[in-house]
Design a protein around this ligand. Structure first.
Ligand SMILES: NC(=O)C1=CN([C@@H]2O[C@H](COP(=O)(O)OP(=O)(O)OC[C@H]3O[C@@H](n4cnc5c(N)ncnc54)[C@H](OP(=O)(O)O)[C@@H]3O)[C@@H](O)[C@H]2O)C=CC1
Ligand SMILES: O=C(O)[C@@H]1CCC=N1
Length: 278
């Protein structure tokens, strides 16, 4: 596969991590362009990754094979409507925005021609190339374009294809927002450790390194999380006492409610920001 030319619209956090991942994988700077209204962001992207940057989105997409829409959902409609006349029919559109459907993107980019669109949901550990993303391709996306989209997201972590677009709401609930749930648990464990008498910094280090070790064990082991938990839990021991307290407090039901709230919000955003007429 030839190196596709990639244009990023929006040069913020997620775009910078994707660009960093591509560069680390050996994609040449000449193959990547980005546009952003912020002079400092453009200068930083050029300084760090050697790529050409633009204040004009239309200039960035000229001659690109793939256009990555990496702006906030709230400005996506305006960005797409402004870009519509500058795009070429064969270009792949990749959106990483939460709650923006392929149908809305197609409507905002003009009903014709039908666009090849890949909708993705990455997450912030992409900054460390430890991300995970769900991807959905619409019917216009060719096999080569699927590979190109997968190469983009694989540069910052694991990329998993979805058969149905509606599952992006579930991916958003599990992994898109997921880092925040682990940070919340880390905050709570650190505070509890401190209340048990540990110095705050010690409690934080113990918490963070336990999370890291547990995540690595879960990823690298050939047994599932339930079995790994069983191996920590001695009969009538300390872990069992803690797990019983979690379960008595409705832990599993709470997690279920939280993820449902995130998935519902993702679907609501699609309703609120989407194009009803498409
Ligand atoms: N953060 C996260 O955890 C995740 C985010 N996402 C999605 O990724 C997308 C980007 O998020 P993130 O990188 O965090 O956001 P950022 O705000 O860091 O990046 C967006 C960038 O787009 C710029 N921008 C604004 N308007 C335009 C325009 N008209 N043309 C070009 N660029 C413009 C912004 O500039 P300025 O700041 O000046 O407005 C900003 O630099 C969002 O749609 C979000 O839903 C997906 C998964 C996880
Ligand atoms: O909170 C949000 O809406 C975005 C999408 C996933 C992570 N952050």
């Amino acid at each position: 596969m030839n190196t596709p030319r990639i244009a990023f619209i929006g040069g913020g956090n997620m775009a910078a991590s994707l660009i960093g991942g591509l560069r680390a994988q050996g994609v040449p700077a000449e193959a990547i362009r980005a546009s952003d209204p912020g002079t400092q962001k453009r200068q930083a992207l050029t300084a760090e990754y050697g790529i050409a940057t633009f204040s004009d989105n239309a200039e960035a997409v000229a001659e690109a094979d793939m256009v990555v829409l990496a702006v906030k959902p709230q400005v996506m409609q305006d960005v797409c409507r402004d870009l519509a006349t500058s795009l070429q029919p064969g270009q792949l559109i990749v959106s990483i925005a939460a709650g923006i459907t392929c149908a809305s993107l197609q409507a905002w980019l003009g009903e014709q021609p039908p666009r090849a669109i890949v909708r993705c949901m990455p997450n912030t550990p992409s900054l460390l190339r430890q991300g995970v993303s769900g991807l959905f391709a619409n019917a216009q996306v060719s096999d080569t374009q699927r590979q190109q989209a997968e190469q983009l997201l694989s540069a910052v972590g694991l990329a998993l294809w979805l058969e149905e677009e509606r599952l992006i709401d579930a991916v958003t609930a599990v992994s898109g927002s997921g880092p925040a749930y682990y940070f919340l648990l880390m905050e709570a464990m650190t505070a509890a450790g401190e209340r048990l008498g540990l110095p705050r910094d010690t409690a934080a280090q113990l918490t963070m390194h336990t999370a890291l070790g547990a995540a690595r064990m879960a990823c690298e082991s050939d047994v599932n999380a339930a079995e790994l938990r069983r191996r920590v839990t001695s009969p009538n021991g300390t872990t069992e006492a803690a797990i019983k307290a979690f379960q008595a407090g409705g832990f599993e039901s709470l997690v279920d409610q939280a993820l449902n709230a995130a998935a519902r919000r993702s679907a609501e955003l699609a309703e609120q920001l989407g194009d009803r007429g498409c």
